[in-house]
Ligand binder design. Structure first.
Ligand code: AMP
Ligand code: GLY
Length: 437
């Protein structure tokens, strides 16, 4: 099997790793890849959004199918182009990717389909914003409708803050065109959970759930980032729980059905960001692709031997998965992201990275790294590496991830020491409860 892997971050390194775990004979061509992916694939210096060049490469190398990591090429219509050329590709069309690229579209689709989500009003003028804020009340959430690199969501304690955030988006264009339409949304209380559905447009396989850590600093403080760490599985969603059935029946099936009814079926990976509220799970957002850094824990936690690559290839070819299923996992995985000095505002590049020999129960995924002219590994982006520890429990995975995160050296290295804290707090609560009874 020959696969073209589009992207060059930690998520794509984890995808390459799993492709090779599933079948060591798989040949991977990555565009552009990175120095970590280069150990598993042939990397070509082609940008992930250069759709014309990617079509040419896929044809020249006679790849069997193409796997798209990031959202930008999907938003640019890479899947439409490949399908038009009859080349199998894993990832939604531009119209189906709107589940991620337009929050206004998605909110209206969810309302129509009866999918549980926060109440929201879509606004294009400040006059509409003022009315919406009066209707929704504080606290509230202001969201830029379009893609804003994970930054377009502002939680506001007061109506005044809400108005200020919406003004920055609508009048001061802080997120460019992404903020030409904004949503004023009700604030939801609860714990967040990310769930992932590999889907053919009708049937889906649920991967192990995960929890991300978006803030830069311990204790969930500091600025928002692309994600400083994640772990999987999450005890809030045990394998046999009703939660899976609830999310399949109230979220995933109605959303996919609504997309089919619009003649824009969604195929690929549907990432559902959920809030577990007292009224049950509600959708915070959808993404149209694998999560980063969630993939760096979800794929290692997924039961070995499950041929996820074959299923992705099937979906890429337009074949049916035939039934919904809840995939099993084994043990746990926890990843700690090592970020560069200055991240997230202004990451510094060019710092020399030293990685000691990696133990068996640790996987180091490259995100923002490159080789300099002398061939040394140096930092080349905000999130530099994702250090995944594997174990029988989240605690064990955490210890392994943290220990090796500490052992990797580069100047200005930043990382959180408390990834997985919610899960560990939950476990100690359970242990205390058990002790008391
Ligand atoms: P999003 O980009 O839509 O996932 O939003 C980013 C983050 O903002 C989420 O992960 C939540 O922590 C928070 N958030 C978004 N919408 C809401 C909401 N309606 N209520 C509470 N928190 C929210
Ligand atoms: N970690 C959040 C995302 O991939 O969107």
């Amino acid at each position: 099997m020959k696969v073209l892997l589009v992207g060059g971050g930690g998520r794509e390194h984890a995808l390459a790793w799993r492709l090779r775990q599933d079948d060591p004979r798989t040949e991977i061509i990555a565009a552009p890849g990175n120095p970590g992916i280069a150990a598993l694939a042939t990397c070509l210096p082609i940008a992930a959004t250069d759709v014309d060049a990617l079509v040419t490469v896929a044809r020249q190398h006679r790849v069997d199918w193409t796997l798209v990591g990031p959202e930008a090429p999907l938003a640019a219509g890479i899947a439409d182009r490949f399908r038009a050329e009859r080349m199998p590709i894993f990832g939604p069309t531009r119209a189906a990717a709107m589940l991620e690229t337009s929050k206004a579209f998605t909110k209206s689709l969810m309302f129509d389909a009866g999918v549980p989500t926060a109440r929201a009003v879509t606004c294009e003028t400040l006059y509409e914003v003022e009315r919406a804020i009066a209707e929704i009340g504080a606290p509230l959430v202001v969201k830029a409708s379009g893609l804003a690199a994970g930054k377009g969501v502002i939680v506001c304690e007061t109506a005044k803050e809400g108005l200020r955030a919406a003004t920055a988006m609508l009048s001061e264009n802080v997120f460019g065109d992404a903020g030409n339409t904004v949503l004023i949304e009700e604030f939801m209380e609860g714990e967040e959970l990310s769930m992932f559905f590999l889907t053919d447009g009708e049937f889906s396989y649920a991967l192990p759930p995960a929890q991300d850590h978006k803030r830069l600093l311990d204790g969930d403080r500091g600025p928002n980032t692309g994600g400083m760490g994640a772990y999987s599985p999450v005890a809030l969603a045990p394998p046999q729980s009703d939660l899976f059935e609830t999310v399949f029946s109230r979220v995933v099936r109605p959303t996919l059905e609504a997309m089919r009814a619009r003649r824009t079926p969604f195929t690929g990976l549907l990432y559902a960001g959920l809030m577990l509220t007292d009224d049950g799970p509600k959708v915070v957002e959808f993404n149209c692709r694998f999560g980063d850094p969630e993939t760096q824990v979800v794929l290692p936690a997924l039961q070995a031997g499950l041929p996820i690559s074959e299923w992705m290839a099937k979906v890429a070819r337009g074949e049916s998965l035939r039934a919904d299923s809840n995939l099993s996992w084994q043990g746990a995985a926890l990843t700690t992201v090592l970020a560069a000095s200055g991240y997230p505002e202004k990451p510094r590049t060019g710092d020399r990275i030293e990685i000691p020999p990696t133990p068996d129960d640790v996987l180091v995924f490259h995100a923002g790294t490159k080789r300099d002219a002398a061939g040394s590994l140096v930092t080349a982006g905000g999130r530099v590496l994702a250090v995944t520890g594997l174990g029988d429990s989240v605690e064990q995975a955490r210890d392994r991830s943290q220990e090796f995160a500490g052992a990797i050296r580069f100047d200005g290295k930043q990382y959180r020491s408390d990834i997985g804290w919610r899960e560990l707090a939950r476990r100690s609560e359970v242990a205390k409860g058990a002790g008391a009874s």
